[in-house]
Design a protein around this ligand. Structure first.
Ligand SMILES: [Zn+2]
Length: 295
């Protein structure tokens, strides 16, 4: 089967700026404080990123789920990166249970949603059904489009089931996550099957994206650019440009992703184009944040 060429199709680049694991000991460019995160996001935005996927941290670099930090981050990004799509993580390392969604009242454009459990390098990534349902309900309540984090094929099928039941805002935007130790590796046959599954379940025009962890980042960027998907990069997933070189910034990883996309004839989507592709409003909805921020 020959896939239709993706050339000419705008390519959304998502930058995952911080995550919950990498520290300045791994790479001094990892932004930890909110002002550092805003500065790093701004540079990534100027390099072509139209979505920022964000976690927040405590000052000692440990993961946080503090809504006030999310509020300050959102306010700064909206001020410095007009139109950029803001996606908060509800991933499991930043807190337990419902604290993972404690910032959704801030009404980011999007939030990540894991709909099933799997293994991570050193632990189980627990996403029990009642918590998944609660997070999805909160996203409906605040009109937040989820990004479905597919660590496994079953997660894509689960998203279909939830969408059919009206549990998700909009058509699911699925992200294939590959290369997490003890979860799905970067396997080309599986990747191709994921692409077909999304087309079959959500429509051939349904946008999707893919993320590769560590050394798989550029490889998965390449596969996704070629197959017509959208790209995720950033220091959350990978702190190196190559085996011997630390990435100097999130912007440098965005630039690399943009170059990969260009190699397949894919222009980089502007924030406005990304909003249209994902069915988001043209401008960010005003949040209820009232945090003071001077960044
Ligand atoms: Zn994340």
């Amino acid at each position: 089967m020959t896939a239709p060429t993706a050339s000419g199709k705008p390519c959304i680049i998502c930058v995952a700026i911080t995550g919950s694991l990498p520290t300045k000991g791994n790479n001094p460019a990892v932004p930890i404080t909110v002002p550092e995160q805003i500065e790093s996001t701004h540079a990534a935005f100027e390099a072509g990123a139209s979505i920022v996927h964000a976690h927040v941290r405590n000052d000692d670099q440990t993961p946080s789920s503090d809504p006030e930090k999310f509020a300050a981050l959102q306010e700064g990004i909206r001020r410095h990166c007009p139109g950029m799509i803001i996606q908060f993580s509800t991933g499991g390392r930043s807190g337990a249970g419902q604290s993972r969604g404690g910032m959704l009242h801030l009404k980011p454009d999007m939030a990540s949603l894991s709909v099933g459990s799997n293994n991570f390098p050193n632990r189980v990534y627990e996403n029990p059904p009642d918590l998944v349902d609660w997070l999805a309900a909160e996203m409906r309540r605040f009109e937040i489009k989820p990004e479905i984090e597919a660590f496994d094929l079953s997660h894509i099928l689960k998203a279909k089931d939830m969408a059919d039941k009206g549990a998700l805002v909009g058509t699911p935007y699925v992200q294939f996550v590959m290369g997490v130790k003890n979860a799905m590796p970067a396997d080309r046959d599986v990747f191709d099957y994921y692409v077909r599954a999304v087309g079959r379940l959500f429509g051939l025009d349904a946008p999707w994206c893919a993320a590769g962890i560590g050394a798989n980042q550029a490889l998965i960027n390449t596969w996704a650019a070629e197959a017509g998907g959208h790209l995720r990069t950033g220091l959350e997933d990978n702190v190196r440009l190559d085996k011997h070189t630390l990435a100097p910034s999130n912007a440098a990883l965005v630039t690399r992703a943009a170059e990969i996309a260009a190699g397949y004839g894919r222009p980089i989507a502007t924030a406005a184009q990304a909003r249209a592709l994902l069915g988001l409003s043209e401008t960010a909805t005003p949040g209820v944040a009232s945090a003071n921020l001077d960044a």
